[in-house]
Design a protein around this ligand. Structure first.
Ligand code: URA
Length: 242
């Protein structure tokens, strides 16, 4: 069905923005301790608005997606353990700082998850990145693992699992099962995505209660084709296809 924009643009701007949020800009509440939604700042909502707009051209879609990806990676890194690390500053004073403890790697679910790799590399120099390819089996209609290439010592690492759209959670579930089968403890997996569905979040959070999900926004639901709504369409097509 053709939908019209309900609010006039003027209703959503200015200092009252925080009090007059249109419904579509409010992330669906979820009640799982292991699900972390990015702070819902006007900035983030503006970035999400850009990538949701069907008229946004590919170069802009990439630019604004990358900005959200960067926020997700930074938030993901906040969930990693740090240890005390005092340093001496050029003024001769001691700064009682911290440093990351433990090794990390990224694992992208191909193809759309590969769009998130650069954001991770920008934050973590020379980070190892593995890949998993899962596609729907034409005969059984169930997700099937086609390919994986993972760091051999992945069991010793924290894993940032990358997939921009968390819809039914079928691929993500299979990807997590692959990681667990390679010895990665559930609590060392962080699943980063830009937009999640309540269906995906609820199923996943119950199945993997120790795994952390970090998302920019929880949308309203799924349509009959399992696309997230309002969503942004096919992320991979918009990011990779001209
Ligand atoms: N994958 C996408 O790219 N978009 C959706 O809405 C769901 C899955």
């Amino acid at each position: 069905p053709v939908t019209t924009v309900p609010e006039s643009p003027a209703a959503a701007i200015g200092p009252t923005y925080k009090d007059t949020k249109p419904k579509a800009t409010v992330s669906t509440p979820v009640h799982h301790e292991n699900v972390h939604i990015l702070p819902q700042t006007p900035q983030l909502i503006a970035l999400l608005t850009m990538i949701r707009d069907k008229n946004t051209v590919r170069a802009d879609f990439i630019f604004y997606s990358n900005r959200i990806i960067r926020l997700l990676v930074e938030e993901g890194l906040n969930h990693l353990p740090v240890i005390s690390h005092p340093v001496t500053t050029p003024t001769g004073r001691i700064y009682s700082g911290v440093k990351f403890e433990g090794k990390i790697c990224g694992v992208s679910i191909m193809r759309a998850g590969e769009a998130m790799e650069q954001g991770l590399r920008d934050c973590c120099r020379s980070v190892r990145i593995g890949k998993i390819l899962i596609q729907r089996d034409e005969e059984t209609c169930k997700p099937r693992l086609f390919y994986d290439k993972l760091p051999e010592d992945i069991a010793d690492r924290f894993v940032l699992l990358l997939d921009p759209m968390f819809a039914t959670g079928g691929s993500a579930t299979m990807a997590v099962e692959v990681l667990i089968s390679r010895g990665v403890p559930e609590e060392r997996i962080l699943f980063l995505n830009l937009i999640a569905s309540p269906e995906g979040i609820n199923g996943f959070a119950t199945k993997f209660p120790k795994l952390r999900v970090i998302t920019a926004f929880v949308d309203q639901g799924l349509n009959e084709k399992n696309y997230i709504i309002p969503g942004l369409g096919d992320f991979g097509d918009r990011y990779y296809c001209i």
